[in-house]
Design a protein around this ligand. Structure first.
Ligand SMILES: Cc1cc2nc3c(=O)[nH]c(=O)nc-3n(C[C@H](O)[C@H](O)[C@H](O)COP(=O)(O)OP(=O)(O)OC[C@H]3O[C@@H](n4cnc5c(N)ncnc54)[C@H](O)[C@@H]3O)c2cc1C
Length: 629
């Protein structure tokens, strides 16, 4: 904080959304203040210290491509790396990293400290300052701070309540941290729709008390993979994870104690994530499953604690110990921290614009768990977009919105605003229509130029992007221009079970064969680049040549969607009066207030016939408006 308490943008909260929002706003040139109750916990991982996974790994790379922090903080903290979905082809590969719980926030803080124009202040925000319906700043225990734009990223803290068993519950945002009650009350009192969700975390155990001989060791991939395309951090020493299974013993303990679970005893009203169920949920919902997989994941290089992935619970502490002792390898395990469930307020996201600005209050933005999402990556992606848009607004510049064919972040934000969510929202590849375009390997090629254009990249990141672009071009050219002699190609083709060639052939022609890998061709053709280090460039060429037809069709579909997106819908369209549209569609569109025809088409309940009528109604409405003015 500086002595002048006036800023361009204020960010409330120093979690994953808040850190990215603050860095993005400041990188764009806005004088930015991040306020959070405990500066030592900036970038803290509330649950599993892992970044990435299916779809989420692509988001982490997109955040990096847009100049964000998450990619480099992950590289500097990762103690195990795996490329998920490797058996399914490079278009859906998803990087995932287990991180050191201490090193990750350290990396986030280091990155924040490097950003000029970004100030940090330790305090709890208790309310907003408003004038004529516009936000003008925030109130804290220590006084008032003024800004034209405020981004709230309060995570699970809004009226957060933790439950350990059915009779131990306490108000908290995370274990040991106070909830944010006044801010939640004020936002509700200002008329915003509010609802409640829940999530949970498993117990942590002391690795020294585990019998690893009864578990299966899982090492990471040896590959020198980086989440960050721009900054080369040094990767820490790597560690294995361990796999074990629950069995009949655990089922019996959980079933016997179900009425003592906060999740099942009725103490928690909010909905939880279906795809990340507690062990109570799994036992009840899958009564025929003989066993459930459990991953024992390291929490850090200097820690003996293990995260028991798969056993999230809100059963009492003694029951947690009892069920853990039934699991092979954990018979004598010492619990270091018990699992718990948490319920918290969120604001249904149909109340937002695509910039993540709250429709009702210009200058106020929401990002992260407060919008009904779950996950560090989802929070980071929203944070970056909200912070950027808050800064652009204050600087009088056009908003920055990513479309569904540009980024998973675009899919995430559009889904939230258009469809809303009745359970904590997380990304999956199935949510995206353009999966072949939205890959992890091409994140910096897709989004780097956009980020550069609006000024989200630092000088160093711009230079790194230029080098990447040159490298991509070089690799692409090599495949298109290089002709490989049969004597060089045939040994590789033989190894791959592919028919030999008799004439010299272009590398790009051979690459069209599904069984022939790009890296092998690069070696066979004596390429000057190294396919084991230029992995993104080589993967991109491989996908674009091998799946050329599919990629082209997807790009065509994306272009046609863009044409629909160009048909803008007025903000003040009186949907209730557009009688040629079905009443269900009118009601839903009035609630969401889509900004384009394409967005209207994605609202559940709006049919193609409704869209045709909508076009005619909008044209009629525009003519009428023009007459009046
Ligand atoms: C128990 C638990 C289990 C979870 N399990 C998983 C999981 O398995 N997988 C997964 O992907 N995600 C999980 N999550 C969710 C994940 O932690 C969040 O999605 C992610 O951290 C959200 O990021 P965020 O920035 O929105 O909020 P957070 O990371 O929660 O950060 C919120 C920040 O806002 C600050 N803050 C709050 N109120 C105020 C205020 N009034 N003034 C100033 N600062 C304020 C807080 O101190 C904190 O710094 C879990 C979360 C919890 C708590």
């Amino acid at each position: 904080m500086s002595s002048d308490r006036t800023y361009d943008v204020i960010i409330v909260g120093g979690g994953h959304a808040g850190s990215e929002a603050a860095a993005a706003a400041a990188r764009l040139g806005a004088r930015t203040l991040l306020i959070t109750p405990d500066l030592a916990r900036v970038g803290q991982m509330s649950c599993n210290p892992a970044i990435g996974g299916i779809a989420k790994g692509v988001v982490a790379r997109e955040v990096d491509a847009l100049g964000g922090i998450m990619g480099r903080a992950t590289d500097a903290a990762r103690i195990q790396f795996r490329m998920l979905n490797r058996s399914k082809g490079p278009a859906v590969w998803s990087p995932r990293a287990q991180c050191d719980r201490e090193l990750y926030p350290f990396g986030v803080r280091r990155a924040l400290d490097e950003v000029p124009g970004l100030f940090l202040h330790e305090d709890m925000v208790t309310g907003l300052l408003m004038q004529d319906g516009r936000v003008t700043g925030v109130r804290t225990g220590g006084g008032e701070f003024r800004a034209e734009a405020v981004v709230v990223t309060a995570g699970t803290f809004l009226r957060g309540r933790i439950h350990i068993g059915s009779d131990a519950s306490v108000g908290a945002g995370r274990v040991g941290e106070a909830p944010s009650v006044e801010l939640a009350q004020e936002l509700e009192a200002r008329g915003l729709e509010i609802a409640r969700f829940k999530t949970g975390t498993p117990p942590r155990i002391d690795g020294r008390s585990v019998d690893f001989t009864r578990t299966e060791r899982q090492d990471g991939d040896p590959q020198d993979f980086r989440f960050s395309s721009y900054v080369r951090e040094s990767i820490p020493e790597q560690r294995p994870c361990w796999i074990t299974w629950t069995g009949e013993g655990l089922r019996e303990v959980v079933e016997r104690n179900l009425d003592r679970s906060a999740l099942f005893g009725g103490e928690i009203s909010g909905r939880g994530p279906r795809y990340c169920p507690s062990i109570e949920d799994k036992i009840v919902r899958f009564p025929d499953a003989a066993r459930h997989q459990v991953f024992l994941e390291p929490e850090g290089l200097e820690s003996t604690e293990l995260y028991v992935n798969g056993l999230s619970t809100s059963l009492p502490a003694e029951v947690q110990v009892e069920f853990l002792h039934t699991v092979p390898g954990l018979e004598r395990v010492e619990v270091t921290r018990v699992g718990y469930a948490i319920e918290y307020d969120y604001f249904p996201p149909h109340q937002l614009r695509h910039t993540l600005e709250v429709r009702a209050f210009p200058g106020l933005y929401f990002a992260g768990q407060i919008n009904g999402t779950t996950g560090y990556e989802e929070a980071a992606g929203q944070g970056l977009m909200a912070g950027a848009n808050a800064a652009l607004r204050v600087l009088g510049r056009s908003p920055f919105v990513l479309e569904r064919d540009e980024a998973y972040i675009g899919v995430l934000i559009d889904d939230l605003i258009t469809k809303g969510t009745d359970e904590p929202y997380r990304l999956f590849t199935s949510r995206a229509e353009f999966r072949l375009l939205l890959r992890q390997d091409n994140a910096s090629r897709r989004l780097g130029p956009r980020a550069r254009e609006i000024g989200l990249l630092t000088e160093r990141q711009n230079e790194a992007l230029e080098i990447l672009e040159e490298r991509d071009l070089r690799v692409q050219r090599w495949f298109v221009e290089t002709v490989i002699e049969p004597a060089d190609a045939n040994p590789l083709l033989g190894q791959c079970g592919s028919s030999p060639v008799r004439q010299p052939v272009r590398a790009s022609e051979l690459l069209k064969r599904p069984e022939v890998p790009a890296s092998g061709l690069a070696h066979a053709g004596g390429a000057m680049f190294d396919p084991s280090t230029d992995t993104d460039a080589v993967a991109a060429v491989e996908i674009e040549i091998k799946y050329e037809g599919y990629v082209r069709r997807e790009a065509e579909r994306a272009r046609s969607l863009r044409r629909q997106a160009d048909f803008e819908l007025p903000d003040d369209l009186p949907y209730e009066d557009l009688l040629s549209i079905s009443s269900e569609a009118r009601e839903k569109m009035a609630r969401v207030r889509p900004s384009t025809l394409a967005q209207a088409g994605r609202i559940p309940g709006v049919s193609p016939a409704d869209l045709q009528s909508l076009i005619l109604e909008v044209r009629r409405w525009r003519r009428k408006e023009a007459c009046f003015t």
